[in-house]
Design a protein around this ligand. Sequence first.
Ligand SMILES: *Cc1c(COP(=O)(O)O)cnc(C)c1O
Length: 231
Amino acid sequence: MLAENLQQVNANIEKACAAVGRAPSEITLVAVSKTKPVSMLQEAYDAGARVFGENKVQEIMDKYDQLPSDIQWHMIGHLQRNKVKYIIDKVAMIHSVDSLRLAQTIEQEAAKKELVMPILLEVNVAEEDTKFGLKVEEVLPLLEQTSSFSHIQVKGLMTIAPFVENPEENREVFRTLKKLSVDISAKNINNVTMSVLSMGMTGDYQVAVQEGSTMVRVGTGIFGERNYATV
Ligand SMILES: *Cc1c(COP(=O)(O)O)cnc(C)c1O
């Protein structure tokens, strides 16, 4: 069942790529496994998934020890500064950096472990009150402040688009993030590349791929509905 879901999502990504002349190899599928038991992650792993997205520090720590070491863990949720130290040497990327203070903490903790952490800046493109993330106009000033940091590398941008019935409603959000990444790229800021655009979830990843996403974060479409009540 889970293997079929994974296949279906990959097929949908290929279709979306074909529609706009992109290569499927440009897209990384992040299997969002939050709230799901280790047994289901193992099942996804056995079906070929190697990149998993989680939004809680504790959950990454628990699952990390129980699953194969060639998994790339991506932190996609809001991150408290005092918890950075627990995951700094466990995750391959942090998608949810939205303040200078958080970037500074990641810089410090990465330095202690002598590693360079790839990060994305989270942008609240639709300016929803309920969501974390920078406003579009706050992105460039933050990049200029972090350009001297040597233990983080800004790889791109991330957004969580609004929850909508029709994914077409989010097309403009994805276009805005893509345009922002192109504008930033052109500025050639030290220590910043815009090679990653993390956008698109179960409801809208095909549209996101059409608009330039390089990383889609799909949970429900792979693992089924989440039941928060039992966690
Ligand atoms: C939960 C979550 C997802 C996956 O959502 P689905 O709609 O289940 O695909 C993607 N990104 C973030 C940041 C999330 O927290």
